[in-house]
Design a protein around this ligand. Structure first.
Ligand code: NDP
Length: 476
């Protein structure tokens, strides 16, 4: 355990060093950049609606696949089949709930919470290097244990070895328990939301980085604590964002491919391609986990329902809808179409990775690097944390970052389209992912604009002038 103790000490030391500097600071003034504090009634209403309706929507898509061959309209048609009077609709909803809602099961609960515990142990005990996040509005630069790739490999080796190798359980076990797992994941997602809310009040990890909006609903949804932790190094945000859900993503696909094989005796090329594209995306995430520490998820979002329920339910259940669809509708793609979709996915991935790398390289070298063969063009910026201290940073404005301010999102949208195209065009449900990603990324552009304007002020204006397009050069 000497290694673990050494790791603990390294992490602990790094945190304490930053805490020491922050302790000297004045209390938070409320004028710092970061998450919004003053929120409108309409924002609060939207947050309340999302917390109530999103879980129902996930259940609806599960029902559509499980009982209605992935037709999004069919459950609604069943509700309305008895007529449009209020009584008929209530009776229709009741029948839908009675006949088609997912049921809790002891086996699925054991599976879900066993999975969570297992990932928690891997996160805590596997060795990994220490990565650092962005400086927070209160001036912390927190260390993280970066061992996700190791966790992904161990998990997949054990799952494949135990299911296909030793035959201890069927590889389709996740597919077989999908409804029960959905219930368990929702229970955990809501529990984590309320737990994090209470923790933020009674035992915050870094109290200066908390944000209170004055609305319980908004605080529950967007979170209060920025980087809640157990002890000094079990980080809620990195763990939930980057472990149980994302490690599961490829495992879920694999299990769904196994279910398809059980049902039709082979795995279709569409399922293979989908598995491959998701694999590339997920493995890239883990190979570049250190980079992920400096993305908006970690550097801006506080930890509330948005991340706790989102990581527990939305990600594993909605991001894998295509593989659920392909079990219900095995599709053999023509080889020209297969090749086109593969090329689309890989070119999207290339853009996604290349853009993100440019930002990473320019930040690591403090702007002293070549971008597309020329010296990087950067705007040197200053920003202030709530302790009143000045920091320096830079904004790249050449290469991909000179084409538009979020060209990395273009890559993401291309890969997401390719993932959906594996499912053909007869049904809407498997295309949910690209629709959702488009909305998410457009909204992110807006949120990032506000965040960067608040953080960099006139420097951000200068950058926007130098790079006027937000997403697609010449168009938007
Ligand atoms: P970015 O990685 O683009 O991060 C934006 C931040 O980068 C800004 O807040 C700012 O932060 C910094 N920045 C902005 N402009 C510049 C510049 N010109 N030069 C240097 N730094 C700059 O965005 P995201 O975190 O949203 O996305 C990361 C990746 O993850 C993307 O490729 C995206 O497509 C993907 N993604 C995937 C999702 C999924 O669910 N599959 C969801 C969301 C994103 P600061 O200056 O404070 O460092």
């Amino acid at each position: 355990m000497a290694g673990k103790e050494g790791l603990r000490q390294r992490v602990g030391t790094a945190v304490k060093k930053d805490i020491a500097s922050v302790k000297e600071l004045v209390a938070q003034t409320g004028t710092t950049w970061g998450r919004a504090r003053d929120v409108s009634i309409s924002n609060i209403a939207i947050c309340g609606a999302i917390m109530t309706l999103c879980p129902l929507f996930v259940i609806y898509t599960w029902m559509a696949c499980d009982s209605f061959q992935c037709s999004l309209a069919a459950p609604m048609q069943k509700v309305l089949a008895g007529g449009l009077s209020l009584d008929a609709i209530v009776a229709g909803v009741q029948t839908l709930v009675d006949d088609h809602f997912p049921r809790p099961s002891a086996g699925a609960f054991r599976l879900f919470f066993g999975w969570l515990l297992f990932q928690g142990l891997l996160y805590s005990y596997l060795p990994g290097k220490i990565g650092y996040g962005q400086t927070t509005p209160a001036g912390y630069t927190l260390p993280y244990i970066v061992n996700g790739l190791f966790a992904w490999i161990v998990t997949h080796a054990l799952f494949i070895g135990a299911s296909l190798g030793l035959g201890l359980f069927p590889a389709s076990i996740i597919y077989d328990n999908w409804g029960g797992l959905l219930v368990a994941a929702n229970v955990y997602g809501y529990f984590l939301t309320f737990f994090s809310y209470l923790k933020a009040h009674v035992a915050p990890s870094h109290s200066e980085d908390r944000k209170f909006s004055g609305s319980m609903i908004y605080d529950l949804y967007m979170g209060i604590e920025f980087n809640p932790r157990f002890g000094e190094y079990f980080d809620f945000k990195l763990f939930h964002n980057g472990r149980p859900g994302i490690v599961a993503w490829t495992l879920i696909n694999f299990s769904f491919a196994a279910a398809q094989w059980q049902q039709i005796g082979y795995v279709t090329n569409s399922m293979v391609l989908l598995n491959f594209l998701h694999f590339v995306y997920v493995i890239d995430f883990f190979i570049h986990e250190d980079w992920y520490l400096r993305t908006i998820d970690i550097a801006h979002d506080h930890f509330g329902f948005y991340l706790s329920w989102g990581d527990s339910v939305w990600l594993p259940f909605m991001y894998t809808l295509q593989s659920h669809f392909l079990v219900r509708h095995p599709i053999d793609m023509s080889w020209p179409w297969f090749t086109f979709v593969l090329a689309l996915g890989l070119s999207g991935y290339y853009i996604f990775r290349a853009v993100n790398n440019q930002k990473d390289v320019v930040r690591r070298t403090n702007g002293h690097c070549k971008i597309w063969g020329r010296d990087a063009k950067v705007i040197r910026t200053e920003f202030i944390t709530s302790d009143g201290q000045k920091h320096k940073s830079l904004l790249l404005c050449s290469g991909f970052w000179g084409l538009s301010r979020h060209f990395n999102y273009v890559g993401d949208l291309l890969i997401s389209s390719a993932m959906c195209f594996t499912c053909g065009f007869q049904y809407l449900l498997p295309h949910f992912y690209i629709i959702y990603m488009t909305i998410l990324l457009l909204q992110r552009i807006q949120r990032d604009q506000e965040r960067c304007k608040g953080k960099y002020g006139k420097y951000w204006d200068e950058y926007c002038k130098a790079v006027p397009y937000k997403l697609i050069p010449g168009i938007y």
